[in-house]
Design a protein around this ligand. Structure first.
Ligand code: 5GP
Length: 119
């Protein structure tokens, strides 16, 4: 599947739609999810146009990949609620439940998060 630049996260990156920003650098942008599923629910996205983690791993430069995961580490470290533990998750495709076709990692924290999958 090719990258669709009309997706909502592409619009956020272009500044066409607002977001509650948590962190930004040259490689990544992090912001609060609009429908949080935990007291802390942050989305981290790369600045580049990648559909999924698979697309990102395949096509992004080593610098982009390193920058993205450094940003993830920094966000986690900076957020008090993650210090008791947190979870990251990335959905891909229909069975993965991916709604927005721009690679993103969810970061959840702020309460015990329960089993890894609901069923
Ligand atoms: P996915 O299901 O693709 O893994 O997750 C997409 C996430 O994006 C969902 O948790 C959804 O609540 C969030 N989301 C969708 N539209 C917007 C938006 O316009 N702004 C923000 N901040 N989050 C959004």
């Amino acid at each position: 599947m090719g990258y669709d630049s009309t997706n909502i996260f592409a619009k956020i990156l272009r500044g066409e739609i607002p977001c509650k920003k948590v962190y930004e650098d040259e490689f990544a942008l992090a912001f609060h999810d609009i429908h949080p599923k935990a007291p802390v629910h942050i989305l981290l996205i790369p600045k580049g146009a990648y559909v999924s983690f698979e697309d990102f791993g395949e096509k992004a430069s080593s610098q982009e990949i390193a920058g993205f995961f450094k940003a993830l580490s920094k966000i986690s470290k900076d957020i008090e609620e993650t210090q008791k533990g947190c979870r990251i998750l990335s959905n891909k495709g229909i069975n993965g439940g991916q709604e927005v076709p721009h690679f993103h990692i969810h970061l959840f924290a702020g309460r015990p998060l329960g089993p890894m999958l609901s069923s």
